[in-house]
Design a protein around this ligand. Structure first.
Ligand code: SF4
Length: 380
C-alpha cells in the first residue's frame, strides 16, 4: 500500500497516534461527537480500513472532514523476506524515509509480531546489530501500531496476530509515552482487543521506567540480562554503568512484591568465551533468587558488526542444565529466520549498506523468546 506522504499543511495529525480515550477528547475539541472515535477505531484496527472516505457508517460530511484533516497510516512496506521456517521479516518505511523492522513469527498455536519502538537505538549494546546503527529518533504511536496493520496484510485469511512483543529495534522504555499509547490501543476492546498477557515489553534495564510500564497494564516484562557480573554487563549492555545489576534486580524484586504474580522473562544471549561458563550459570541462579523468573537462553547471532559468536551446543546445554537443575525455568531458544537476517537491526543494517533484501546465504539467528507466547527477540 502507499502511505500518504503528507505530514505538512493541514494534515499533520495521525488518527493512530491517539488511544481511544484521547481520540474521543480530540474529536470533542473539534466539535465531533465522541462516539465517532469508537467507530473510526473499529474501521482502523478491526476492519483494517484506513481511508476515512470508506468508513461508511460515518456521515459523508464527517468522512470528508476526517479525510481532509487527518493522516491515517504511518508506514509503508519497503521490503520483506520470508524464511523457510515461515518467519516473515518486514522492512517498513516512515514518511521521513526512516526504516524500521517488524518480524512476524507464525507457530502452531500462535502468531507473534515483534515490533520496533525506535529508529536505531541509543544504547549501543556491543553484540547488537541495531545498536551498531546508532540512534535516529523515537517512533510515534502511529508508527508502532502501523507495524501490526502492515503485518496483517501478509496473513492468511484464517490467521491473526495473537501476541505482540516489543523486542525489535530500540529500547521501548526510552520511548514510553508512545509505547504506552500503543499498548492502550492493543488492549482496547474497540481497537486491537488483545489480552495484556499476550503482550511482552523488553527492556535492557531502564530502571525508573519499569514501574510506570507495569502500572499501565499487566503486560509481560522481559529483561535483557546477558551477563552475571557488572564488569561483563558493562561491556555488553553499556546502560549497566548507569543502572547496575544490583539496582536492576532490586527494582524487579520490589515490583514483584508490589503488584505482580507473573514471572519476569530474562533474556540471556550466550556468547562464546564471554558469559557461557558453569560459573556464569551458577551466578545467574543466585542473582535471580527471589524473583519469579523464566530464563530464555539465546545463542549469539553472529553479524558483521560484532566479533562475538555462539558457544558450541554442548556448552550451551551445560549452561542451561545448571540453571534448570537449580530449579529455574529455562529454555534454550532455537533461532528463527536464520536465512533472512531475522535478528533485529540486521536487515535494516544490510539495507543501509545497500545490500539485497532477498534471503542471503549467511546463517543468522536471533530467536526471540517466549513470554506469553513464543517470541522473537533477537538480541535486543
Ligand atoms: S540490544 Fe536492544 S537495547 Fe541494546 S542496542 Fe540492541 S536494540 Fe538497543
Amino acid at each position: 500500500m502507499q502511505v500518504e506522504a503528507k505530514t505538512t499543511g493541514l494534515k499533520t495529525e495521525n488518527l493512530k497516534d491517539h488511544s481511544l480515550a484521547a481520540l474521543r477528547e480530540r474529536f470533542a475539541r473539534d466539535g465531533i461527537a465522541r462516539y465517532h472515535a469508537d467507530q473510526v477505531a473499529g474501521w482502523l484496527y478491526q476492519r483494517g480500513v484506513e481511508d476515512p472516505r470508506h468508513m461508511t457508517d460515518l456521515s459523508m460530511d464527517l468522512r470528508e472532514q476526517l479525510a481532509g484533516s487527518w493522516i491515517s497510516s504511518a508506514l509503508e512496506v519497503a521490503g520483506h523476506a520470508r524464511s523457510v521456517d515461515g518467519t516473515l521479516k518486514l522492512l517498513l518505511r516512515a514518511h521521513d524515509g526512516a526504516v524500521v523492522e517488524a518480524v512476524l513469527i507464525p507457530e502452531e498455536q500462535r502468531t507473534t509480531l515483534c515490533v520496533s519502538t525506535q529508529v536505531g537505538c541509543p544504547l549501543a549494546c556491543s553484540f547488537c546489530a541495531t545498536g551498531a546503527l546508532g540512534f535516529t529518533r523515537n517512533l510515534s504511536t502511529a508508527e508502532i501500531v502501523d507495524q501490526l496493520c502492515r503485518a496483517r496484510e501478509f496473513l492468511a485469511p484464517d490467521q491473526r496476530i495473537s501476541n505482540v512483543v516489543f523486542m525489535g529495534m530500540g529500547e521501548p522504555l526510552l520511548n514510553l509515552p508512545a509505547v504506552s499509547e500503543a499498548i492502550r490501543l492493543l488492549v482496547d476492546p474497540k481497537a486491537f482487543a488483545m489480552a495484556p498477557r499476550r503482550i511482552t515489553v523488553s527492556t535492557s534495564g531502564v530502571v525508573p521506567k519499569i514501574r510506570p510500564l507495569l502500572e499501565l497494564a499487566p503486560v509481560n516484562l522481559a529483561v535483557s540480562l546477558h551477563a552475571t557480573t557488572n564488569a561483563v554487563r558493562d561491556e555488553l549492555v553499556p546502560l549497566n554503568r548507569r543502572f547496575p545489576l544490583e539496582q536492576l534486580l532490586g527494582a524487579l524484586r520490589d515490583e514483584e512484591q508490589v503488584n505482580r504474580r507473573r514471572p519476569v522473562f530474562f533474556e540471556y544471549t550466550l556468547i562464546e568465551g564471554v558469559n557461557d561458563t558453569p560459573g556464569d550459570a551458577r551466578r545467574l541462579v543466585g542473582l535471580l533468587r527471589g524473583i519469579p523468573s523464566k530464563v530464555n537462553a539465546i545463542p549469539m547471532n553472529a553479524h558483521p558488526d560484532s566479533g562475538y559468536r555462539a558457544p558450541k551446543l554442548e556448552v550451551m546445554e551445560r549452561f542451561t542444565a545448571i540453571v534448570h537443575e537449580a530449579g529455574l525455568r529455562v529454555t534454550l531458544r532455537k533461532n528463527r529466520g536464520d536465512d533472512i537476517d531475522a535478528a533485529c537491526g540486521q536487515l535494516a543494517a544490510r539495507g543501509g549498506r545497500g545490500e539485497s533484501e532477498e534471503p542471503g546465504p549467511r546463517s543468522l539467528s536471533g530467536g526471540p523468546l517466549e513470554p506469553g507466547g513464543r517470541v522473537v527477540k533477537s538480541q535486543g
